[in-house]
Design a protein around this ligand. Structure first.
Ligand code: SF4
Length: 559
């Protein structure tokens, strides 16, 4: 159908895909650079001609901030630099971190580390809602004259040969049968001199660029964790600014991950559990790990007078420096989580996303001045990254996450050696295996998890949790989750892995129905919270996540 459709074309100078901190910081910084340049040219302080670029940010969520999910403890370094010459703006942090501690949990007990490990010390950092930060950044961009379009999901990277020339937006008004409805509107093509991807982890356009332009060649594969998070509200007096991190229960010593609890203003408690998406047991279930975590006496006591107000989940790119894709190609730059800018040891990425956005903006500005958007000019983005504190921060932890693929204690041992050798450790680079290849087959058919036994007060089943994600999708549209070979699911996967999609999806999207003698896969796509875990952990790699019709998905304004 797509080939015959006439599409509207919108021409811009710079297209930023994704309304998160990387893209919005890039758009804001670029607009400020252009403004400063134009003032200098018009006052005669600088030669050259004024620039009037059209800068457009597109976001798939129904509004900026709706799809922003993070812990979030923010290292202010990125925003301090972004706002260095803007005395009138300040990020809407919730509160400064006042105390932090790390605890090891057994099934019933907790042991506080006598000293908080340096990477998890958070004095000087702030607690924040990423949704609120994104909205504030979106407003700053608009005040600067940047065009910001929400409800615009990009589905396809547009290429002219090997040169990226923009992106195609999703069609709207396509029925579940794939045929146009009365309100059908073809998605427009945004044609841009420069496209900057900041789609978050496992982006759709990034995947296309990696495939078509070979951007992951000679790099390690990216590996991820799944963060599942809830926000609770209590009327009890609560000191904001407390940060707790936990290791141990409910995970064993083979898996990577841990819990977090942050207390914020207005009686809000953010509780989450992060588990590496490179586990062996196909029944591993991130949503369930969070429910078990809350039942631990260490957490339960904090939540006993509180009520659940929000739920969400997101994949976290943890592979680090060696797993970063090539960050530029002709007409293309890659920022934020899409570019792998995340420090898994510090559990932080927002400051790196902001800085990568700023460096992309400086490169885009250079390209606008030179009127050259080829990789000859855009390659300076990589040089800027290499010469910045991004490299300083990520290089010493380049083998950190890799070390934990052999288990917790081996990971601790390697981390110690890496600390003493500036990140080199015993082997550099330490090899890494894609997460789905780490999953092992079930020994016996029919092995399943015991029922969760959710009480609806402290613990919730997946469907009840999804209600708190406020997720919605137009029902009469094709599923945005494409299972490329459903026969694999109901036969081979059922026998070999027991259909792990039932467990790893934190939103109950995948259901295996038994129909007399056969099985059937049902996809409840409208539950999807856009975490991308299914694409990452499906053992046969037959699931493709595609952007649904504009505005579909969760609504996480307060997360
Ligand atoms: Fe996440 Fe996939 Fe489930 Fe959607 S369907 S919530 S992307 S695992």
């Amino acid at each position: 159908m797509n080939a015959e459709i006439e599409r509207e074309q919108l021409e811009v100078d710079v297209l930023l895909v994704g309304g998160g901190p990387a893209s919005l910081s890039a758009a804001y910084h670029l607009s400020r650079l252009v403004e400063t340049h134009n003032e200098a040219v018009s006052s005669g302080k600088q030669s050259g001609k004024p620039l009037e670029p059209v800068i457009l940010v597109i976001e798939k969520g129904k509004e900026i901030g709706a799809h922003g999910l993070s812990g979030a403890v923010v290292d202010p370094r990125g925003f301090d630099e972004l706002l260095a010459d803007d005395a009138t703006s300040a990020p809407p942090y919730d509160c400064p971190v006042t105390t932090d501690s790390v605890h090891f949990l057994t099934e019933k007990r907790s042991f506080r580390f006598p000293v908080t490990p340096p990477p998890l010390r958070n004095h000087g950092n702030y607690l924040a809602s990423l949704g609120r930060i994104n909205r504030w950044l979106g407003d700053l961009c608009e005040q600067q004259g940047v065009e910001v379009y929400a409800g615009f999901p990009a589905t396809e990277l547009l290429l002219d040969g090997d040169r990226v020339i923009g992106a195609r937006m999703a069609d709207s008004g396509v029925g579940a049968d794939g045929q146009p409805r009365d309100n059908f509107e073809p998605g427009m093509d945004v044609i841009a001199n420069l496209t900057i991807l900041g789609e978050g982890p496992r982006g759709t356009l990034l995947g296309q660029a990696q495939k078509k332009l070979g951007l992951q060649q000679d790099r390690q594969p990216q590996i991820y964790a799944l963060g599942v998070k809830e926000v609770w509200k209590t009327d009890r007096p609560l000191e904001p600014g407390q940060v707790y991190h936990t290791l141990g229960f409910p995970l064993g010593t083979k898996e990577f991950g841990g819990g977090f609890i942050y207390t914020m203003n207005d009686g809000l408690i953010h509780v989450g559990f992060v588990a590496g998406l490179d586990y062996a047991d196909p029944r591993t279930d991130g949503h369930r790990l969070l429910q078990e975590f809350k039942k631990h006496p260490f957490v339960e006591g904090l939540l006993d007078t509180a009520e659940l107000v929000a739920y969400g989940a997101k994949a976290i790119p943890e592979g680090g420096y060696y797993a970063m894709p090539q960050h530029q190609s002709d007409g293309l730059l890659i920022t934020g989580d899409s570019g792998g800018f995340l420090n898994a040891q510090r559990l932080k990425g927002i400051h790196l996303a902001v800085k990568s956005g700023m460096l992309a903006a400086e490169t885009a500005f250079e390209a606008l001045i030179k009127e050259d958007f080829s990789s000859a000019t855009l390659g300076n983005y990589s040089t800027r990254v290499e010469n910045s504190w991004i490299k300083e921060e990520l290089w010493p932890v380049r083998n950190f996450r890799q070390a934990y693929q052999s288990g917790f204690w081996k990971g601790v041992f390697h981390t110690g050696i890496q600390f003493l050798t500036g990140g080199r450790g015993l082997k550099d680079p330490l090899p890494i295996t894609p997460g789905h290849e780490m999953m092992q087959r079930l020994e016996g058919a029919g092995e399943t998890n015991s029922p969760l036994d959710a009480d609806g007060k402290l613990t919730f089943d997946k469907l009840s949790s999804v209600y708190f994600a406020d997720t919605s999708h137009e029902e009469d549209q094709p599923s945005h989750l494409k299972v490329l070979n459903p026969a694999v699911c109901v036969k081979q996967c059922a026998e070999e892995f027991g259909n792990p999609c039932q467990y790893f999806c934190p939103a109950n999207v995948y259901e295996i129905l038994s129909e007399s003698v056969s099985k059937k896969l049902r996809i409840n796509f409208s539950n999807c919270v856009h975490c991308k875990t299914c694409e990452i952990m499906d053992p046969y790699q037959v699931i493709l996540w595609t952007p649904p019709e504009g505005g579909g998905g969760p609504d996480w304004k307060g997360m």
